[in-house]
Ligand binder design. Structure first.
Ligand SMILES: *Cc1c(COP(=O)(O)O)cnc(C)c1O
Length: 496
């Protein structure tokens, strides 16, 4: 059955998946949502005999119903290949009685790769299907992780170019090195004198610049965005929850129909929303445990029904979760408002104007699948150390937030349900925070010394993504002022 997509705000028009992927965001500012969540066609037993790519096809074909079998299979094949350092793509590792679903085996060793390795292919296929002949120019501002994952995903993908702006003095040395050494003749990386907000604001202005859009069109170019509200990023994320359950079943760690809990370290609410959709598709999921760091807007929301971004922004050791507006939550609000775009639009309007909104009791009752909690910086560091000392397994700071929250959940509820925890980054990506948590004595070592030390104590080979940048030449050295972003883009695209 066909799945169509419509906006969470006013526009009632329904579009095909390919159009939603090309557009990213609806013109009324809303997010595209599927008109229903399809049920899995294959049994969980059948899925348990499949590899990652086959499961991906079984899940994604149900959402991307205007893609042909060949189109979708070709996207999947190009995305989940040897860019991943394991054939399993997303291995499940048991430690201290919990199953860590390792989503960090792709090109940039963080979970963004799971979606950003396939998004470029979904996007150019969507362009072809909609007879768009322009070159697609991806424009992104990054505080570190997304930029590199998008660069790696789009590098040398025909019909696309990608330009990434980052704050010149606002990302970690390893993150900067990862970006400025990016290969691919269609990739462009620019440092700006300014902070992440300046980069973000500049990119938003370029997106809404009508004159620039016209000049681009004359030159056969058009902007698109790779950010996490695109359904082309959400749908591929459902796959690994289905895969994880199937794997538990295959290995006899769970019985037919037995439920599992899912714990997700959350920022923009994309990853956990994918788990919610997996549950709707028929995966037996008991609780969706939403873990926040000290920016605990979501914890407060699940507890009180009040979403309030008016608070101090805390810089933590899990920077990819330092977020006060979780954009993908809008899809859940829309759902619990009875798929009512007007009601949802009113909440979002309140969020923009007052920075907060409160849902009704009726809506709150529909959130019983979710459990929210948070971990402080100290609790996060303690969890890395405790797990390492007990099992030898080393987790990154984001994963540790989830793991610490899960410990709280267990002691509160005594729930013994089998639990899968989304492990969103390799500890090698946040080496300094991880090693500091294990022992303060590491503090004096350089970044790459720490990498080698981590490899030794965890007994894990240094990932290629890190090995490569030790010696890789710097390819991108463009730096500009925040007021020069438009000129820089025009230069890159050879628009006079
Ligand atoms: C982006 C990111 C998250 C948060 O995921 P959301 O889908 O935004 O909730 C968590 N951990 C890491 C390492 C990330 O890069």
């Amino acid at each position: 059955m066909e799945v169509l997509y419509s906006s969470t705000r006013e526009d009632l028009r329904k579009v095909q998946a390919s159009e939603a992927i090309l557009k990213g965001l609806s013109e009324d500012g809303g997010l595209f949502v599927p008109d229903h969540i399809p049920a899995l066609e294959k049994s969980l037993r059948e899925l348990s005999e499949m590899n990652y790519q086959e499961v991906a096809y079984e899940v994604m074909k149900l959402f991307l119903t205007d893609f042909t079998e060949d189109e979708l299979k070709s996207c999947i094949e190009k995305a989940y290949d040897t860019k991943f350092d394991t054939e399993e793509i997303a291995p499940l590792v048991e430690a201290d009685g919990t199953y860590y679903l390792e989503l960090f085996h792709g090109a940039t060793i963080a979970f963004k790769d799971m979606a950003l390795s396939i998004l470029p292919h979904l996007m150019i296929t969507s362009a072809k299907k909609n007879h768009v002949e322009d070159t697609i120019v991806i424009l992104t501002a990054t505080s570190g992780d997304t930029g590199k994952a998008a660069l790696a995903g789009f590098a040398d993908v025909e019909g696309t170019k990608i330009i990434v702006f980052y704050p010149k003095n606002g990302v970690s040395p390893i993150q900067e090195k990862q970006m400025v050494t990016q290969k691919g003749k269609n990739t462009f990386v620019v440092g700006i004198h300014g902070n992440f907000d300046d980069a973000q604001t500049g990119v938003k202005q370029l997106f809404s610049d009508k004159e620039l859009a016209r000049e681009m069109a004359e030159n056969g170019l058009r902007f698109s965005s790779a950010n996490s509200i695109n359904i082309g990023r959400l749908v591929p994320q459902i796959v690994y929850y289905v895969y994880a359950y199937a794997k538990l079943l295959k290995e006899g760690r769970i019985a037919d129909g037995e439920k599992m809990n899912v714990v997700v370290p959350t920022g923009n609410f994309g990853n956990i929303l994918a788990a919610f959709y997996a549950k709707d598709m028929g995966i037996p999921i008991e609780k969706l445990i939403c873990a926040s760091n000290e920016n605990k807007v979501l914890y407060d929301f699940f507890r009180t029904g009040d979403y309030n971004r008016n608070r101090e922004f805390v810089l933590t050791s899990s920077p990819s979760m330092d977020i006060l507006i979780s954009s993908n939550l809008e899809r859940l609000i829309y759902r619990i408002a009875g798929n009512d775009a007007n009601k949802n639009a009113a909440f979002m309007e309140a969020l923009t104007s007052a920075g907060s909104y409160r849902i009704t009791e009726e809506m709150k009752e529909q959130l019983s699948d979710f459990y929210g909690n948070y971990a402080s910086e100290q609790e996060t560091a303690d969890r890395i150390k405790a797990l390492y000392e007990k099992t030898g397994y080393v987790i990154d700071t984001h994963t540790a937030v989830a793991s610490a929250v899960y410990e709280k959940y267990k002691s509160e509820t005594k729930d013994g349900t089998v639990t899968v925890l989304a492990s969103t980054a390799s500890p090698f990506k946040f080496t300094r925070s991880v090693m500091d948590a294990i022992d303060p004595k590491y503090d004096s070592m350089s970044d790459f010394e720490l990498v080698d030390e981590l490899s030794k104590i965890a007994n894990v080979k240094v990932p290629n993504a890190i090995e490569e940048i030790r010696t890789a030449p710097v390819i991108h050295d463009t730096v500009c002022d925040k007021s020069e972003m438009k000129e820089t883009v025009k230069n890159i695209l050879s628009i006079s």
